[in-house]
Design a protein. Structure first.
Length: 377
Protein backbone atom coordinates (compact mmCIF):
# COMPACT_ATOMS: atom_id res chain seq x y z
CA UNK A 1 0.00 0.00 0.00
CA UNK A 2 1.57 3.31 -1.09
CA UNK A 3 1.32 6.54 0.90
CA UNK A 4 -1.74 7.90 -0.91
CA UNK A 5 -3.62 4.62 -0.52
CA UNK A 6 -2.72 4.57 3.19
CA UNK A 7 -4.14 8.07 3.60
CA UNK A 8 -7.33 7.18 1.73
CA UNK A 9 -7.74 4.10 3.91
CA UNK A 10 -7.40 6.29 7.01
CA UNK A 11 -10.03 8.66 5.60
CA UNK A 12 -12.45 5.73 5.22
CA UNK A 13 -12.31 4.94 8.97
CA UNK A 14 -14.35 6.42 11.80
CA UNK A 15 -12.59 8.99 13.97
CA UNK A 16 -12.08 6.54 16.85
CA UNK A 17 -10.74 3.90 14.45
CA UNK A 18 -8.32 6.42 12.96
CA UNK A 19 -7.06 7.41 16.42
CA UNK A 20 -6.51 3.75 17.36
CA UNK A 21 -4.63 3.14 14.12
CA UNK A 22 -2.31 6.13 14.72
CA UNK A 23 -1.69 5.18 18.36
CA UNK A 24 -0.49 1.77 17.18
CA UNK A 25 1.52 3.30 14.33
CA UNK A 26 3.41 5.94 16.38
CA UNK A 27 2.99 4.81 19.95
CA UNK A 28 1.73 6.75 22.97
CA UNK A 29 2.86 10.20 24.13
CA UNK A 30 5.67 10.30 26.68
CA UNK A 31 4.46 13.40 28.52
CA UNK A 32 1.37 15.57 29.08
CA UNK A 33 0.77 18.49 26.72
CA UNK A 34 0.91 21.04 29.57
CA UNK A 35 2.46 20.94 33.04
CA UNK A 36 -0.42 20.31 35.46
CA UNK A 37 0.57 22.85 38.12
CA UNK A 38 1.14 25.53 35.50
CA UNK A 39 -2.25 24.74 33.94
CA UNK A 40 -4.05 25.06 37.27
CA UNK A 41 -2.30 28.35 38.05
CA UNK A 42 -3.33 29.68 34.63
CA UNK A 43 -6.99 28.79 35.24
CA UNK A 44 -6.82 30.63 38.58
CA UNK A 45 -5.48 33.70 36.77
CA UNK A 46 -2.08 33.58 38.49
CA UNK A 47 -0.09 33.32 35.23
CA UNK A 48 -0.79 34.24 31.60
CA UNK A 49 1.13 31.46 29.80
CA UNK A 50 1.00 27.72 30.42
CA UNK A 51 4.22 25.73 30.50
CA UNK A 52 4.22 22.86 28.01
CA UNK A 53 5.32 19.30 28.68
CA UNK A 54 8.09 17.46 26.82
CA UNK A 55 5.80 15.65 24.43
CA UNK A 56 7.05 17.00 21.09
CA UNK A 57 8.21 14.73 18.27
CA UNK A 58 8.58 17.53 15.73
CA UNK A 59 12.14 16.42 14.90
CA UNK A 60 10.52 13.27 13.46
CA UNK A 61 8.11 15.39 11.39
CA UNK A 62 5.15 14.50 13.60
CA UNK A 63 2.44 16.76 14.99
CA UNK A 64 0.55 16.29 18.25
CA UNK A 65 -3.25 16.02 18.13
CA UNK A 66 -5.64 16.14 21.09
CA UNK A 67 -7.96 13.12 20.92
CA UNK A 68 -10.76 15.19 22.50
CA UNK A 69 -10.80 17.78 19.74
CA UNK A 70 -14.17 16.26 18.86
CA UNK A 71 -15.48 17.88 22.07
CA UNK A 72 -13.64 21.23 22.17
CA UNK A 73 -12.31 23.92 19.82
CA UNK A 74 -8.71 25.16 19.61
CA UNK A 75 -7.65 23.24 22.71
CA UNK A 76 -4.10 24.59 22.96
CA UNK A 77 -5.06 28.28 22.83
CA UNK A 78 -5.10 29.93 26.26
CA UNK A 79 -8.16 32.08 25.51
CA UNK A 80 -10.10 29.07 24.21
CA UNK A 81 -9.11 27.01 27.26
CA UNK A 82 -10.60 29.63 29.57
CA UNK A 83 -13.66 30.23 27.41
CA UNK A 84 -14.50 26.51 27.28
CA UNK A 85 -13.26 25.74 30.81
CA UNK A 86 -11.28 22.73 29.52
CA UNK A 87 -10.25 20.37 32.30
CA UNK A 88 -6.58 19.38 32.54
CA UNK A 89 -7.45 15.69 32.07
CA UNK A 90 -7.99 16.33 28.34
CA UNK A 91 -4.32 17.40 28.01
CA UNK A 92 -2.86 14.32 29.70
CA UNK A 93 -0.56 12.11 27.65
CA UNK A 94 -3.24 9.41 27.42
CA UNK A 95 -5.39 11.88 25.43
CA UNK A 96 -2.72 12.73 22.83
CA UNK A 97 -1.96 11.04 19.52
CA UNK A 98 0.80 11.70 17.00
CA UNK A 99 0.37 12.04 13.25
CA UNK A 100 1.97 13.55 10.18
CA UNK A 101 0.51 16.66 8.53
CA UNK A 102 -1.78 14.75 6.15
CA UNK A 103 -2.97 12.37 8.89
CA UNK A 104 -3.63 15.39 11.13
CA UNK A 105 -5.76 16.92 8.36
CA UNK A 106 -7.67 13.65 7.95
CA UNK A 107 -8.39 13.52 11.71
CA UNK A 108 -9.92 16.99 11.52
CA UNK A 109 -11.94 16.05 8.45
CA UNK A 110 -13.33 13.01 10.29
CA UNK A 111 -14.17 15.07 13.39
CA UNK A 112 -15.92 17.65 11.18
CA UNK A 113 -17.97 14.95 9.50
CA UNK A 114 -18.96 13.18 12.72
CA UNK A 115 -19.82 16.34 14.68
CA UNK A 116 -21.79 18.04 11.88
CA UNK A 117 -18.94 20.59 11.51
CA UNK A 118 -19.30 21.71 15.14
CA UNK A 119 -15.72 20.68 15.95
CA UNK A 120 -12.59 20.12 13.90
CA UNK A 121 -13.72 22.17 10.92
CA UNK A 122 -11.96 25.51 11.68
CA UNK A 123 -8.64 23.68 12.04
CA UNK A 124 -9.26 21.75 8.85
CA UNK A 125 -10.36 24.72 6.76
CA UNK A 126 -8.08 27.49 8.03
CA UNK A 127 -4.81 25.67 8.74
CA UNK A 128 -4.41 22.03 7.82
CA UNK A 129 -5.95 21.63 4.35
CA UNK A 130 -4.34 24.95 3.37
CA UNK A 131 -0.95 23.61 4.47
CA UNK A 132 -1.33 20.55 2.20
CA UNK A 133 -2.34 22.77 -0.70
CA UNK A 134 0.55 25.20 -0.15
CA UNK A 135 3.24 22.57 0.39
CA UNK A 136 2.32 19.84 -2.06
CA UNK A 137 -0.03 21.32 -4.68
CA UNK A 138 1.38 24.86 -4.98
CA UNK A 139 4.92 23.61 -4.15
CA UNK A 140 5.58 26.35 -1.59
CA UNK A 141 8.25 24.37 0.27
CA UNK A 142 9.06 25.44 3.86
CA UNK A 143 12.71 26.45 4.24
CA UNK A 144 13.20 28.32 7.53
CA UNK A 145 11.57 26.22 10.26
CA UNK A 146 13.31 22.88 10.93
CA UNK A 147 10.02 21.53 12.29
CA UNK A 148 8.12 22.46 9.13
CA UNK A 149 10.86 21.05 6.93
CA UNK A 150 10.74 17.73 8.82
CA UNK A 151 6.92 17.66 8.61
CA UNK A 152 7.03 18.46 4.89
CA UNK A 153 9.30 15.52 4.10
CA UNK A 154 7.54 13.10 6.48
CA UNK A 155 4.20 13.32 4.65
CA UNK A 156 5.43 14.27 1.17
CA UNK A 157 2.90 13.78 -1.64
CA UNK A 158 3.08 14.46 -5.35
CA UNK A 159 0.91 17.43 -6.48
CA UNK A 160 -1.49 14.99 -8.18
CA UNK A 161 -1.89 12.80 -5.08
CA UNK A 162 -2.24 15.82 -2.76
CA UNK A 163 -4.90 17.36 -5.02
CA UNK A 164 -6.85 14.08 -5.18
CA UNK A 165 -6.76 13.68 -1.40
CA UNK A 166 -7.91 17.26 -0.80
CA UNK A 167 -10.72 16.75 -3.31
CA UNK A 168 -11.87 13.64 -1.41
CA UNK A 169 -11.91 15.44 1.94
CA UNK A 170 -13.52 18.62 0.58
CA UNK A 171 -16.16 16.57 -1.21
CA UNK A 172 -16.93 14.59 1.96
CA UNK A 173 -17.37 17.79 3.97
CA UNK A 174 -19.34 19.53 1.20
CA UNK A 175 -21.87 16.71 1.40
CA UNK A 176 -22.01 17.20 5.16
CA UNK A 177 -22.41 20.97 4.78
CA UNK A 178 -25.29 20.49 2.34
CA UNK A 179 -26.92 17.92 4.64
CA UNK A 180 -26.72 20.30 7.61
CA UNK A 181 -28.05 23.16 5.49
CA UNK A 182 -31.03 21.09 4.37
CA UNK A 183 -31.74 19.89 7.92
CA UNK A 184 -31.67 23.47 9.22
CA UNK A 185 -33.93 24.57 6.37
CA UNK A 186 -36.46 21.85 7.12
CA UNK A 187 -36.40 22.76 10.82
CA UNK A 188 -37.11 26.40 9.95
CA UNK A 189 -39.93 25.47 7.60
CA UNK A 190 -41.45 23.19 10.24
CA UNK A 191 -41.30 25.96 12.84
CA UNK A 192 -42.96 28.40 10.42
CA UNK A 193 -45.68 25.82 9.70
CA UNK A 194 -46.30 24.97 13.36
CA UNK A 195 -46.39 28.63 14.34
CA UNK A 196 -48.82 29.41 11.52
CA UNK A 197 -46.63 32.45 10.77
CA UNK A 198 -47.76 32.75 7.16
CA UNK A 199 -51.29 33.61 8.29
CA UNK A 200 -50.33 36.40 10.67
CA UNK A 201 -51.91 39.73 9.67
CA UNK A 202 -53.03 43.08 11.09
CA UNK A 203 -55.91 41.33 12.91
CA UNK A 204 -53.45 39.08 14.80
CA UNK A 205 -52.49 40.00 18.34
CA UNK A 206 -49.31 42.01 18.88
CA UNK A 207 -48.08 39.26 21.22
CA UNK A 208 -48.46 36.60 18.48
CA UNK A 209 -46.62 38.80 15.97
CA UNK A 210 -43.85 39.66 18.45
CA UNK A 211 -43.53 35.96 19.38
CA UNK A 212 -43.12 35.01 15.73
CA UNK A 213 -40.38 37.61 15.25
CA UNK A 214 -38.59 36.42 18.39
CA UNK A 215 -38.64 32.78 17.26
CA UNK A 216 -37.58 33.65 13.70
CA UNK A 217 -34.62 35.62 15.06
CA UNK A 218 -33.64 32.68 17.27
CA UNK A 219 -33.41 30.48 14.18
CA UNK A 220 -31.29 32.95 12.21
CA UNK A 221 -33.43 35.84 10.99
CA UNK A 222 -32.07 39.31 11.68
CA UNK A 223 -34.98 41.71 12.20
CA UNK A 224 -34.78 44.29 15.02
CA UNK A 225 -31.45 42.84 16.21
CA UNK A 226 -30.76 45.94 18.33
CA UNK A 227 -33.83 44.93 20.37
CA UNK A 228 -33.24 41.16 20.15
CA UNK A 229 -29.58 41.11 21.20
CA UNK A 230 -27.92 42.45 24.29
CA UNK A 231 -24.34 42.39 25.59
CA UNK A 232 -24.41 40.35 28.77
CA UNK A 233 -21.92 38.42 30.85
CA UNK A 234 -21.62 34.77 29.89
CA UNK A 235 -20.58 32.28 32.58
CA UNK A 236 -19.54 29.86 29.85
CA UNK A 237 -17.18 32.30 28.09
CA UNK A 238 -16.47 34.42 31.19
CA UNK A 239 -16.92 37.68 29.32
CA UNK A 240 -19.63 39.90 27.85
CA UNK A 241 -21.01 38.54 24.59
CA UNK A 242 -23.94 39.41 22.33
CA UNK A 243 -26.84 37.10 23.15
CA UNK A 244 -30.65 37.10 22.82
CA UNK A 245 -32.67 38.88 25.47
CA UNK A 246 -35.55 37.15 27.23
CA UNK A 247 -38.87 37.22 25.34
CA UNK A 248 -40.46 39.59 27.88
CA UNK A 249 -37.65 42.12 27.29
CA UNK A 250 -37.97 41.73 23.52
CA UNK A 251 -41.72 42.22 23.80
CA UNK A 252 -41.26 45.46 25.76
CA UNK A 253 -38.68 46.71 23.29
CA UNK A 254 -41.00 46.00 20.34
CA UNK A 255 -43.91 48.03 21.74
CA UNK A 256 -42.58 51.13 19.98
CA UNK A 257 -42.51 49.47 16.54
CA UNK A 258 -45.10 49.65 13.77
CA UNK A 259 -47.23 46.49 13.58
CA UNK A 260 -47.51 46.44 9.77
CA UNK A 261 -43.74 46.68 9.50
CA UNK A 262 -43.37 43.77 11.92
CA UNK A 263 -45.73 41.66 9.79
CA UNK A 264 -43.80 42.59 6.65
CA UNK A 265 -40.56 41.53 8.36
CA UNK A 266 -42.08 38.16 9.25
CA UNK A 267 -43.10 37.62 5.62
CA UNK A 268 -39.64 38.70 4.43
CA UNK A 269 -38.02 36.14 6.74
CA UNK A 270 -40.33 33.42 5.42
CA UNK A 271 -39.62 34.41 1.80
CA UNK A 272 -35.88 34.29 2.53
CA UNK A 273 -36.10 30.86 4.18
CA UNK A 274 -38.14 29.54 1.23
CA UNK A 275 -35.65 30.95 -1.28
CA UNK A 276 -38.05 33.44 -2.85
CA UNK A 277 -35.67 36.35 -2.20
CA UNK A 278 -31.88 36.52 -1.81
CA UNK A 279 -29.81 37.70 1.16
CA UNK A 280 -29.19 41.19 -0.27
CA UNK A 281 -32.87 41.84 -0.96
CA UNK A 282 -33.82 40.50 2.47
CA UNK A 283 -31.43 42.85 4.29
CA UNK A 284 -32.46 45.84 2.16
CA UNK A 285 -36.20 45.37 2.65
CA UNK A 286 -35.82 44.40 6.31
CA UNK A 287 -34.40 47.84 7.08
CA UNK A 288 -37.17 49.55 5.12
CA UNK A 289 -39.87 48.06 7.34
CA UNK A 290 -38.13 48.16 10.74
CA UNK A 291 -39.57 51.52 11.80
CA UNK A 292 -41.06 52.74 15.05
CA UNK A 293 -44.60 54.06 15.39
CA UNK A 294 -43.16 57.58 15.91
CA UNK A 295 -41.05 57.27 12.74
CA UNK A 296 -44.08 56.13 10.74
CA UNK A 297 -46.13 59.02 12.16
CA UNK A 298 -43.38 61.54 11.34
CA UNK A 299 -43.17 60.19 7.78
CA UNK A 300 -46.96 60.42 7.48
CA UNK A 301 -46.92 64.06 8.57
CA UNK A 302 -44.13 64.89 6.13
CA UNK A 303 -46.02 63.17 3.33
CA UNK A 304 -49.23 65.03 4.20
CA UNK A 305 -47.31 68.31 4.16
CA UNK A 306 -45.82 67.45 0.76
CA UNK A 307 -49.23 66.52 -0.64
CA UNK A 308 -50.79 69.72 0.73
CA UNK A 309 -48.01 71.80 -0.78
CA UNK A 310 -48.37 69.99 -4.11
CA UNK A 311 -52.13 70.59 -4.09
CA UNK A 312 -51.69 74.32 -3.48
CA UNK A 313 -49.05 74.57 -6.21
CA UNK A 314 -51.32 72.70 -8.60
CA UNK A 315 -54.31 74.96 -7.83
CA UNK A 316 -52.21 78.10 -8.26
CA UNK A 317 -50.73 76.78 -11.50
CA UNK A 318 -54.07 75.95 -13.14
CA UNK A 319 -55.60 79.18 -11.84
CA UNK A 320 -52.86 81.09 -13.65
CA UNK A 321 -52.77 78.81 -16.74
CA UNK A 322 -56.29 77.28 -17.04
CA UNK A 323 -55.68 75.90 -20.56
CA UNK A 324 -52.94 73.59 -19.28
CA UNK A 325 -55.22 71.39 -17.14
CA UNK A 326 -57.03 69.81 -20.12
CA UNK A 327 -53.70 69.47 -21.96
CA UNK A 328 -52.27 67.54 -18.97
CA UNK A 329 -49.40 70.02 -18.61
CA UNK A 330 -48.43 69.67 -14.94
CA UNK A 331 -47.36 72.35 -12.48
CA UNK A 332 -43.89 70.85 -12.13
CA UNK A 333 -43.29 70.74 -15.89
CA UNK A 334 -39.61 70.99 -16.81
CA UNK A 335 -38.13 73.79 -18.91
CA UNK A 336 -37.11 71.39 -21.70
CA UNK A 337 -40.68 70.08 -21.96
CA UNK A 338 -41.99 73.66 -22.26
CA UNK A 339 -39.44 74.35 -25.00
CA UNK A 340 -40.52 71.20 -26.83
CA UNK A 341 -44.17 72.23 -26.70
CA UNK A 342 -43.36 75.79 -27.84
CA UNK A 343 -41.27 74.39 -30.69
CA UNK A 344 -44.20 72.18 -31.67
CA UNK A 345 -46.38 75.29 -31.99
CA UNK A 346 -43.69 77.36 -33.77
CA UNK A 347 -43.12 77.77 -37.53
CA UNK A 348 -39.97 75.62 -37.25
CA UNK A 349 -37.59 77.87 -39.19
CA UNK A 350 -34.71 76.40 -37.23
CA UNK A 351 -33.68 73.17 -35.47
CA UNK A 352 -34.86 72.35 -31.95
CA UNK A 353 -31.33 72.87 -30.62
CA UNK A 354 -31.22 76.34 -32.16
CA UNK A 355 -34.71 77.04 -30.81
CA UNK A 356 -33.68 75.98 -27.27
CA UNK A 357 -30.64 78.20 -27.48
CA UNK A 358 -32.82 81.16 -28.47
CA UNK A 359 -35.16 80.51 -25.49
CA UNK A 360 -32.35 80.66 -22.90
CA UNK A 361 -32.84 84.38 -22.33
CA UNK A 362 -36.43 83.81 -21.13
CA UNK A 363 -37.41 82.77 -17.63
CA UNK A 364 -39.58 79.68 -17.09
CA UNK A 365 -42.57 81.89 -16.22
CA UNK A 366 -42.12 83.84 -19.47
CA UNK A 367 -41.95 80.59 -21.44
CA UNK A 368 -45.15 79.35 -19.74
CA UNK A 369 -46.90 82.62 -20.61
CA UNK A 370 -45.82 82.19 -24.24
CA UNK A 371 -47.00 78.55 -24.27
CA UNK A 372 -50.34 79.42 -22.65
CA UNK A 373 -50.95 82.08 -25.29
CA UNK A 374 -50.46 79.62 -28.19
CA UNK A 375 -52.22 76.57 -26.70
CA UNK A 376 -55.81 76.17 -27.81
CA UNK A 377 -58.63 75.61 -25.31
Amino acid sequence: MNKKEEYLALLSKTYNEAVEYLLKKYGKARDDYFREQSYKRFLKGEIKKITKGKFSRSAEGLECHHIDENKFLNMTNESSIKAQNIDFKYHKKERLVFCDVVEHTILHALISKETALEFGFPGYQIFLSRKIKDWYVEKIIPKKSKWHIACYHRSYLTPEDAYELLEKMDSMLSVEQERIKQEELEEKKEMIRKGNYKNLNSDSSRQAITGALYNLNKMGASAYLHVFNNFAYSKKYKKKISQPVEFEDFQRGMEQYDLDGMIRNIQLSIDYVEGKIGRREYYFQRDLFSKTIDEIEAERRIQEKKEKHAKLKKEEFYSKYPKFEKKDIKYDVKRQEVNALLFKHSHKHCSFIQFQSAMKSYSLDELLEKLHSVVKK
